[in-house]
Design a protein. Sequence first.
Length: 397
Amino acid sequence: MGIEIKEDIKGKEVLELAFKHCLKCSTCKYSYKGFAPSCPSGETFLFESYWASGRIRLIRGLINGDLDWTEDIKHPIFACTTCGACADSCQAPHADFIIDMIEALREMAVKHVGPGPNQAALVDRALQTFNPYGEPNSTNEDLKRHYNLPEKAEWVYFIGCTSNYRQKTIRDATLRFLKNAGINFTLIDEHCCTSPMIRTGQVDIVKDFMVYNVEQIRKTGASKVVTSCAGCYRTMKKDFEKFGVSLDFEVYHTVELLKELFDANKLQFKTTYNKKVTYHDPCHLGRHMGLYQTPREIYKKIPGLTLVEMERNRNHAWCCGAGGGVKIGYPEWAIEISEERIKEAQATGATVLSSVCPFCRTNLSDANEKHAGGLEIVDLLEILDQVGIERRSSGKK
Ligand code: SF4
Ligand code: SF4
């Protein structure tokens, strides 16, 4: 089983671990709940290299020279949403590192045969406009003026590129919530959190972006950062450190801030939301970060709202299909994956499919529209915005 990894690559030790321990048992292909298929990649392409078990073999073959770096090899490498369902099911010692391995494989692929389809554009655009959408960079000064935000504050709201340039209703609902909840916060001139680059193996520019964001946050004197994006959350909380960028502030997802405020009895609702809602676990919040219960607790507090679960939920959830560079690399396939989630949501009888990630919202909305799913797709913060939320005057300090 021994193999010498000569290349100087990130995650080398992890790869050695996997080569030693992967039994090819195929547990990574199914979720424990009823042995339901859980890997969007394997289930679509039905060939071993598209499941985690095969990808580990692929890495081994590429490293020891049994396989050549060709254009064809790019498809199994990049057609994976890095959803983490395989890592959740695998019981071997390398399980927690399967996503790192896939990302390390992509880094190697970028060096040998170039980036995945359309994915070079993410870096080109980010280099020009500091966001992967190529939109003129918003310094967020207009928003700061509009919401009368200070230069120095306890909190920074890190909006994230998808909410700032594509899903602005999430951004605006979050800003209104933070104001109404009486949070002392401000905004910074953000550069992309670098999640799209890391997930697609294009890591050369990420450290500069991370350092810039940390410096901007430092200038505000904030000790806490809150984001409404599951991707930004995972990246700041897990990846900054991996790239040698240490944080001198705490990172929250909005659901964690909401929980803290509700637990301290500081918030109250103004109206009700009389709808049946099903919740989609974003991979970057659920499987990647272990936050399953916190968002559910918030939904359950909303007066009138009935929360129902989809067949596959929490760590067994089916991915929305957008992550890991799949939305830009294979847009039609991304929607196919999401269509399966839409059908699962419809089966619950809910009229609303809700999540806490702007990227999930984008892809679920695209699939819902394309296949006339008839669901209302909204973020939790948008629901709270509709219901109206305010700070209790008598809240405990
Ligand atoms: S990755 Fe884990 S679950 Fe998959 S075949 Fe290897 S040991 Fe089994
Ligand atoms: S990360 Fe998701 S799509 Fe990729 S191999 Fe694992 S289960 Fe399949």
